[in-house]
Design a protein around this ligand. Structure first.
Ligand code: NAP
Length: 556
């Protein structure tokens, strides 16, 4: 429990040092936008950010090679045409430094920095029933009180490092890709290990291969990695992007997963083998997610169709990787394309042709422990100066579960979600009035900022509605939450019911309940539901006036 000091004679929670109407946690892409929307709507707003700068996931994931794998201009904000026109992304898939610069630009351009407190990690957040406000404790001892608490804490913000025996006794350096230091890490001439071959692992391997003395890649699951096909954005393309702002926004708004790519209109076996091969070549050479979004229509539905595409990729891997044994290890044998989130990279397979790179298949030779100087597998010890954990995240619920959130009756959120998250629209959960979590569990299954932005818009409109009608307590109906969550689970079980073994279901974290953590229904469906809710005076949300004299309304 948070021990708020002081007396509470007026129904207000005791001891809170600052009052604010909307308190946002996290200054990532979602939190920045929530800050902007709430401020523009006339609320007093403050943002607490654990990092020393803005960016959230794009602040912490500053490992070499970190970059978008959705097109830059589809990932950035679309709420301001001026912003879109004045920021010229350098690459179709921009790298982390440019992304961080962009987010700093946004914060300064819209004068949001003064609302953000950096180095402020929330350690507890409790709902105070008599006042209908949230009492929030920050690492270091300060406390704030908010009418509304918006946790924009992201889905990929809590790094997962496997519990390898002896890890603490390793005398070399250790880093997780999701907590990469701001000070430069010198890998030159070192014996480096990368553990994990998901999207982060396949980005960092080619980025560091040229500088390290020795690189060992520890792979548990081989993934269907395909080329990102990145390129600089030419001046002509820049001009076209600016001219097409409205149509880009329209296309993104009607795309199921928030991409510009057009769906294909043919199924795999509509084409003969020669046509299919030519089409697959086109896909292989296409940018990023197009290989998923514009591939044959039956790719994810017909196992035979999926096997054809996988066969093509396997052939490519065999063609790139000189050593046939390594090539075979790099070809996934245990899952179809799309069953895990497909990674995109530049030069990943090529890296294994370097004489100083070794692939260790930890299914064949499992990691036994870490020694003081390296990693021991059942095949022996390999010496390392640096171990890089590219081992993923406690996805979806990780950050919310660590914020000490307690709702009505002091019920911990982790207890309410003991069997996995239950939400309504992925923005609120029953029993936790005035708490919202756009961009959290049950948010995107596609281009994150697009879904998360929809949720921020919805939350802001909901709060404006409450204010305009004299309400100060907003809580979703439990039956609606049950219905929405059942819809999420139903959709997750329907073909293509991929991902049961992946982090989409929390399967990467020992002991985590297996429950779908995204929303597979697509963005147009979300828009339709939101439109209906708005038309129905925001039912099934329930509203009540704020208890008298308890307004958390000071300007932040
Ligand atoms: P990830 O996809 O969860 O991959 C983690 C990797 O670590 C997997 O290969 C996993 O193997 C391995 N691993 C976990 N525990 C292990 C253990 N005990 N021993 C050996 N290997 C172990 O994590 P990520 O690569 O950080 O990517 C997470 C998500 O972040 C991505 O899916 C994507 O959504 C996002 N991301 C995006 C970008 C981008 O947009 N450009 C870049 C990076 C990440 P298993 O597969 O066997 O579990």
């Amino acid at each position: 429990m948070v021990e708020f000091s002081g007396a509470a004679g007026d129904g207000r929670p005791p001891g809170a040092e600052g009052d604010v109407e909307v308190l946002v946690v996290g200054a990532g892409i979602t939190g920045i936008y929530q800050c902007y929307r709430a401020r523009e709507a006339g609320f007093s707003v403050a943002v607490l950010e654990a990092g020393e700068g803005v960016g959230g996931t794009w602040y912490w994931n500053r490992y070499p090679g970190a970059r978008f794998d959705s097109e830059s201009y589809t990932y950035g904000y679309l709420f301001s045409r001026e912003l879109f026109e004045e920021w010229e992304w350098q690459e179709h898939f921009s790298a982390q430094p440019e992304i961080e610069r962009y987010l700093n630009h946004v914060v300064d351009r819209f004068d949001l920095r003064r609302h953000i407190r950096f180095g402020a990690r929330v350690t507890a957040a409790e709902y105070h029933e008599p006042s209908g406000t949230w009492c929030v404790a920050v690492d270091g001892g300060s406390q704030l009180r908010a009418r509304y608490l918006v946790a924009a804490t992201g889905v990929l913000s809590v790094p997962h490092v496997p519990d390898v025996p002896g890890r603490g006794g390793f005398r070399g350096e250790q880093y997780h890709t999701g907590r990469w230091p701001r000070t430069p890490v010198d890998l030159a001439g070192k014996r480096v290990a990368v553990v994990g071959t998901g999207s982060s692992g396949v980005q960092i391997v080619p980025a560091i291969v040229g500088e390290v003395a020795e690189l060992t890649v520890y792979q548990r699951t081989a993934h269907w990695c395909t080329p990102l096909n990145n390129a600089p954005i030419t001046p002509d393309e820049q001009a076209r992007l600016r001219a097409e702002f409205e149509s880009i926004r329209r296309t993104l708004d009607t795309s199921p997963h928030g991409f510009l790519h057009r769906a294909h209109d043919r199924a795999t076996f509509d084409d003969d083998p020669e046509e299919r091969r030519a089409f697959y070549e086109k896909m292989w050479n296409s940018p990023g997610f197009m290989k998923l979004t514009s591939n044959y229509t039956d790719l994810l539905f017909d196992p035979e169709a999926n096997a054809q595409w996988c066969g093509f990729i396997a052939e490519k891997i065999r063609g790139i990787v000189h050593d046939p044994v390594t090539a075979e290890k790099l070809i996934p044998k245990d899952h179809r394309y799309g069953e895990h989130r497909p990674p995109f990279a530049t030069g990943y397979y090529e890296a294994f042709n370097e004489p100083h790179v070794t692939l260790v298949d930890v299914r064949e030779t499992p990691i036994v422990r870490m020694t003081a100087t390296g990693i021991e597998t059942t095949a022996g010890v390999r010496e390392h100066d640096v171990v890089i954990w590219a081992t993923g995240f406690d996805f979806g619920t990780g950050a919310l579960a660590r914020m000490g959130i307690r709702g009505r009756g002091g019920v911990p959120l982790v207890e309410h979600w003991a069997d996995g998250p239950r939400t309504y629209l992925g923005v609120q959960t029953a029993g936790f009035p005035n708490l919202f979590f756009p961009g959290g569990p049950h948010a995107a299954a596609g281009n994150n900022p697009r879904y998360n932005g929809d949720q921020v818009d919805f939350v802001t409109d909901l709060l404006v509605y409450a204010r305009d009608h004299g309400f100060g307590v907003v809580e979703v109906d439990a039956a609606a939450e049950e219905e929405w969550t059942a819809m999420i689970d139903r959709n997750a079980a329907r073909p293509p019911s991929f991902g049961a073994a992946s982090y989409y279901f929390g399967a990467n974290i020992p002991g985590k309940p297996r429950r779908y953590l995204l929303n597979a229904a697509g963005r147009p469906k979300l828009h339709a539901m939101i439109a209906e809710i708005v038309a129905n005076d925001f039912r099934p949300f329930r509203f009540a006036p704020a208890p008298a004299g308890t307004g958390a309304d000071a300007t932040a």
